[in-house]
Design a protein around this ligand. Structure first.
Ligand SMILES: [Zn+2]
Ligand SMILES: [Zn+2]
Length: 254
């Protein structure tokens, strides 16, 4: 199994999890042409997609889902709450799921993970196949015990490290937006993210991609400082960008 970010941040998100011929697109916060171009960078064509999995309805994650799915006839999976908030998606492409139960697409088992975030019914995901386990975890206000337990098996993870608290508080955001970002229904700070990684760290966790990095309220050196003790313990530690995402991150634990 391998995964790649198509781009990560408040201007648009998308990630691919791939095993052999099975390709899952997690979120689509870009327009049709932009998504297509980003998929081409990693040699995935829209026709290769088996499903789009939505994490929640915020536009940086779901803004492009309906247009892309309708155009290429790709089924879309999400919680009842998320799909109810998705406008314009053709009804035969809607596949709501119960977040308490795992399900399979091709050889990949999908475990939805309920998180706290200011959306209707947000769900992040863990993908398991042949001993490898990929986690996708962004847009979460606080790390709960359920989240730690759900992502503990990961051998690779794309995880949010959104902001530096000091930069956010000194920065230009209006007070109400600052309160939203730091709340239990907002986003993870670098410190919260590093504490989470410490909790799920184990020898088989070989690849960590840090994403959803705020361009306004974070800096690469702040992230490097927060993860300075943990990053050397991980074979691949990468920061995903808004424009480039990441190349393929291969997992070898199979
Ligand atoms: Zn987001
Ligand atoms: Zn969000």
């Amino acid at each position: 199994m391998r995964f790649a970010s198509l781009g990560s941040g408040s201007k648009g998100n998308g990630a691919i999890v791939q095993r052999d011929q099975t390709n899952l697109l997690i979120d689509c916060g870009f327009g049709v042409k932009e998504t297509w171009a980003r998929l081409r960078r990693i040699d995935v064509e829209p026709e290769h997609l088996d499903a789009i999995l939505a994490t929640h309805e915020h536009s940086d994650h779901s803004g492009g889902i309906a247009a892309f799915a309708n155009r290429f006839n790709v089924p879309v999976y999400g919680t009842y709450g998320t799909l109810a908030a998705l406008r314009g998606l053709e009804s035969h492409l809607r596949h709501p799921f119960d977040p308490d139960a795992s399900f399979d697409i091709g050889p990949i088992r999908i475990q939805p993970v309920t998180v706290r975030h200011d959306a209707r019914a947000p769900s992040q995901y863990r993908f398991d196949c042949d001993g490898a386990s990929v986690g996708i975890l962004t847009d979460i206000g606080v790390v709960t015990k359920h989240v730690v337990e759900s992502f503990r098996p990961c051998t690779g993870i794309l995880m949010e490290s959104n902001h530096d608290v000091g930069m956010l508080m000194r920065g230009p955001y209006p007070a109400a937006l600052k309160r939203r970002v730091v709340s239990d229904f907002g986003h993870l700070s670098n410190e919260q993210a590093a504490q989470f990684l410490q909790q799920i760290l184990h020898p088989a966790l070989e690849t960590v991609v840090v994403g959803h990095v705020s361009q306004q309220n974070n800096a690469l050196d702040a992230i490097e400082l927060a993860f300075s003790e943990l990053a050397p313990k991980i074979r691949q530690f990468v920061i995903a960008s808004q424009d480039e995402g990441t190349p393929w991150m291969e997992l070898h634990a199979e």
